[in-house]
Unconditional design. Structure first.
Lengths: 499, 153
């Protein structure tokens, strides 16, 4: 790594320690933990809902805020998983298995302490890969021309559509649906209006932030509003210490390191996410444990394995997001939307022209882990109480925040209407098992892919062989085909194995 | 073949048809890319339909009504109230501005969900104070004052 990079890292760390950034981190991690510990609310919803708050901030502070909500929400899910046996987010589903058993044994404090410690180390260690893998990958992106960007956008879509939906074809259809919506607005090459239906507000296309808020936040309010409001169980009271002893730390250390590696790899692989990582981390912790019989009956290693893995995903998933513009999961797709709103494009420029901003964000991401650790240990009892807030209160509050957030983007009522339309689309897509993350990604990647394709064809005077002219193009085509066909092959293999 | 999947197929085909029809107004150079994308969507939709038909022939099952699965747990009255209240919230905001509309919307929804007076007051005050502090003071967003109220302010 170049000497200049180390200087940038150090400068970024110092910038991240500014009083404003520390305040932003404290607020965002707190909000993130609250969102995470409320069953029914997701990290993606939280990041989308609070995206407009970053408009008045420096880009680095804005990104730190979104990162804080992301990390806080992933950790926050464990509090309700441990104390009320209901994972706050899908990322903590595996934590509930042993976390709640520990609570039943009167060890809720220890379970929370384990979750907190494992999350801290998982998140902190994931920053190492963020620092060291992101810049070289961004350098690879420097070799990308128009044809490569076209294939990259297709690869991003195929991977998120293929992995995060029950039906591969429904996932791909969701992506194509989003691509059609991404053509709304001014034609980038010809300068003519496309599908604007007389609405000047659509000149620059569909506002991605409005779509994000609608698809992830308003649709969530509608999902909560359609079903009977259930009373949440009381969080278990506990009196044991949340601080782990040296022996306990020693016991969970190998599990934390293993889960960190697992979570990181899963995070870097586009398409997979924290909800998958927690189960893989948990299973591997059980496989390597000296006491596998304790799993399912209140094992500290079980909690550590799940929590270290899901938090290790956070740093890992930012690598393809920031360098190639391929988000690993829906929450990073929302985060990428935040990046674009601040006028920044994922890719090599983030590590050259905007390197100061990027390394400040990285520095902030490290400090966020410390703040999350401290807040988790000190405030878990208070957060557990907040987790009891009824959906009946959350529904109107989410809705009001969706409205004010979408209005604040351009001070325009049209944006509120767009948010509302996407809220309804998101709700129906969830009902009919389509993929909302693929739509968001298509809205972001669609214009990049279109520019790539049309510029390539202009350069080659209409000769499509330009799209297959470089090894990177071929590599991306192979990866796209693999991402489409690997779930089918895996299914067939699984069926054959079962038979 | 599930009814819900068939609904998605029909919607996607109608959606593609609508956008394809609208490409006819575009100059030829501007038609190519949208038509390519629409073609992709149609191809994927038809592929899904063919696979569904083949699967239903194999299993000798006709269309399965899975409404119960799709709308499991739906409380029609409550959902209708949530949706209508949200729509009215927009209308109120247009005439009376953001703060008045939000106050009315929050009061109505919290009352509808039988939230106690104490928690309702705490929620409403917290929400309005947070929005005022963040959006009006910090972000300096000129939230709508409404067609009617703006004549008096």
């Amino acid at each position: 790594m170049a000497e200049g990079t180390y200087a940038l890292m150090a400068a970024g760390f110092v910038n991240a320690l500014s009083p404003t950034n520390i305040l932003v981190m404290l607020v965002s991690v707190t909000i993130g933990i609250i969102i995470g510990c409320m069953p029914g609310l997701s990290a993606a919803m939280g990041v989308a809902l609070l995206l407009p708050l970053t408009f008045g901030m420096e880009p680095s502070s804005g990104l730190i805020m979104l990162g804080g909500i992301y990390c806080g929400a992933i950790f926050g899910g464990s509090i309700s998983a441990i104390l009320i046996h209901t994972p706050g987010t899908p990322a903590s589903a595996a934590t509930a298995l042993d976390g709640y058993e520990m609570t039943l044994k009167g060890m809720a404090g220890k379970a929370l302490g384990t979750a907190c410690t494992a999350s801290f180390f998982g998140g902190l260690l994931s920053c190492i890969s963020l620092y060291f893998f992101a810049p070289p990958l961004a350098q690879l992106a420097m070799k990308f021309g128009s044809p490569e960007y076209f294939w990259l956008s297709l690869f991003g879509l195929t991977i998120i559509a293929g992995v995060t939906t029950d039906s591969l074809l429904f996932g791909l259809m969701s992506g194509a649906f989003g691509l059609v919506l991404s053509t709304i607005g001014m034609d980038p090459m010809q300068g003519v209006e496309r599908f604007m239906f007389g609405q000047d507000a659509l000149y620059n296309g569909i506002n991605v932030t409005c779509a994000l808020i609608g698809l992830f936040s308003m649709s969530q309010a509608l999902v909560l509003g359609e079903k009977a409001i259930e009373k949440r169980p009381d969080a278990a009271k506990f009196h044991d210490s949340v601080i782990l002893t040296r022996q306990e730390m020693k016991r969970i250390s190998p599990t934390v390191i293993r889960s960190w590696i697992i979570g990181n790899i899963i995070g870097i692989l586009p398409g997979a996410g924290a909800s998958i990582a927690c189960f893989v981390g948990y299973n591997e912790a059980k496989r390597f444990s000296k006491h596998p019989e304790e799993f399912g009956h209140g094992s500290m290693e079980g909690v550590a394995g799940s929590e270290a893995a899901n938090n290790a995903v956070t740093g890992g998933s930012l690598i393809p997001t920031l360098t190639l513009g391929i988000p690993g999961e829906s929450v990073t797709a929302v985060l990428m939307g935040g990046l674009i709103i601040h006028g920044l494009q994922p890719g090599p420029e983030l590590f050259t022209k905007y390197a100061n901003m990027t390394y400040t964000f990285f520095g902030g991401f490290v400090i966020i882990q410390f703040i999350m650790y401290a807040l988790g240990l000190v405030g878990c009892k208070a957060f557990a109480k907040i987790a009891k807030v009824s959906d009946a209160i959350l529904i109107p509050c989410i809705f009001v925040l969706c409205v004010v957030g979408s209005f604040a983007i351009n001070n325009s009522f049209t944006d509120v209407v767009i948010m509302f339309i996407f809220g309804v689309i998101g709700f129906l897509m969830r009902k009919f098992k389509l993929n909302t993350a693929a739509v968001v990604l298509a809205l972001i990647l669609g214009p990049i892919g279109e520019r790539g394709l049309r510029r390539s064809l202009t350069l080659s005077h209409g000769d499509i062989s330009i799209l297959f002219s470089t090894p990177i193009c071929i590599g991306l085509i192979i990866l796209s085909l693999l991402s489409i066909f690997s779930p089918i092959l895996m299914n067939k293999l699984m069926k054959a194995k079962q038979q | 073949m599930k009814k819900s999947e068939l609904c998605v197929i029909v919607f996607m085909l109608l959606f593609s048809g609508f956008f394809f029809y609208n490409t006819m107004d575009l100059p030829p150079e501007a038609q190519t890319y949208p038509r390519f994308i629409i073609g992709l969507l149609v191809a994927l939709t038809i592929l899904k339909l063919v696979l569904m038909i083949l699967a239903s022939k194999k299993s000798k099952e006709k269309i399965i009504n899975d409404d119960a699965d799709v709308w499991e747990g739906l409380l029609p009255k409550q959902f209708a109230v949530v949706c209508v209240a949200s729509l009215l919230y927009f209308v109120l905001m247009y005439f009376f501005g953001f703060y008045v509309a939000s106050l009315a919307y929050l009061v109505y929804c919290l009352h509808f969900f039988h939230i106690s007076l104490k928690y309702s007051i705490i929620t409403i005050l917290t929400m309005l104070v947070i929005i005022y502090a963040v959006f009006t003071i910090f972000l300096n967003v000129p939230l709508p004052t409404g067609e009617i109220l703006s004549q008096f302010i």
